[in-house]
Ligand binder design. Structure first.
Ligand SMILES: CCCCCCCCCCCCCC(=O)SCCNC(=O)CCNC(=O)[C@H](O)C(C)(C)COP(=O)(O)OP(=O)(O)OC[C@H]1O[C@@H](n2cnc3c(N)ncnc32)[C@H](O)[C@@H]1OP(=O)(O)O
Length: 196
């Protein structure tokens, strides 16, 4: 199997257009759900990703690897690294496009080992959209924003209606989340675009 993937995005796309209400570059994005394994404060062994909006349809996230994230002794588990990229890419889609979407496909390229105690600096970018399909990619650099690339990822997110979450997920938890967003200064009064 070749290490080189095919062209990206794999189909003709429209250039990504950030939503008019997308947070400006420099904005700290905070936690989107306290119980999210990727960013939530209530998940002790979670990844606790922290993200900031970057220039040009990007989101910058940091993930520090702890002993809770090991696969081999002293090294991050690849599946958890993939999770960090899912979160970073999802954050770019959710915050910049403000469309509810879920991961359809996620491809990771593990280029260097990521030791416990190191921090991945992930830059996630919107690459283009084709109807409900949203193409995104990211690079994770070791210990500095200009460090060597340790992991790269490409993903396809698919826009869904809110009923995706209420039908398949936990409607009561969704109501609690909506209430918390109403109380949050940054997200209060916001409404997401539901249709492409
Ligand atoms: C202010 C707000 C802030 C918010 C921050 C949020 C941060 C969040 C951070 C958290 C982040 C964590 C995020 C998470 O972890 S999300 C959790 C993990 N993901 C899921 O659970 C998704 C499960 N899958 C599904 O529900 C359905 O399969 C979906 C909805 C994806 C599609 O089923 P649906 O019946 O609706 O649509 P469709 O099948 O007609 O597909 C539509 C189009 O897409 C194309 N397609 C689909 N799949 C693939 C594939 N694998 N490769 C290539 N292409 C694929 C398909 O060919 C078609 O293309 P076309 O024929 O139209 O050309």
């Amino acid at each position: 199997m070749s290490r080189v993937s095919g062209p990206w995005p794999p189909v003709d796309v429209e250039p990504p257009a950030a939503h008019p209400k997308a947070p400006a570059p420099g904005t700290d994005l905070g936690v989107h759900y306290d119980e999210c394994f990727g960013c939530g404060d209530d998940v002790e062994a979670g990844l606790h990703l922290r993200s900031t909006v970057g220039e040009g349809n990007t989101v910058h996230s940091k993930f520090t690897v702890t002993p809770a994230h090991q696969g081999a002794p002293g090294l991050a588990h690849g599946g958890l690294l993939a999770c960090a990229f899912d979160e970073a890419l999802g954050s770019a889609v959710g915050n910049l496009l403000r469309r509810p979407a879920v991961t359809g496909k996620l491809e990771t390229d593990f280029r260097r080992p990521v030791p416990v105690g190191s921090t991945l600096y992930i830059e996630a970018r919107l690459d283009g959209t084709a109807g409900r399909k949203i193409y995104v990619s990211a690079d994770g650099r070791l210990d500095a924003a200009d460090g060597p690339i340790a992991v790269s990822a490409r993903g396809l997110f698919v826009q869904v209606g809110f009923e995706h979450f209420s039908t398949h997920g936990d409607p009561q938890a969704l109501d609690k989340l909506a209430e918390a967003n109403r109380k949050n200064e940054r997200t209060r009064g916001d409404e997401w675009e539901i249709n492409p």
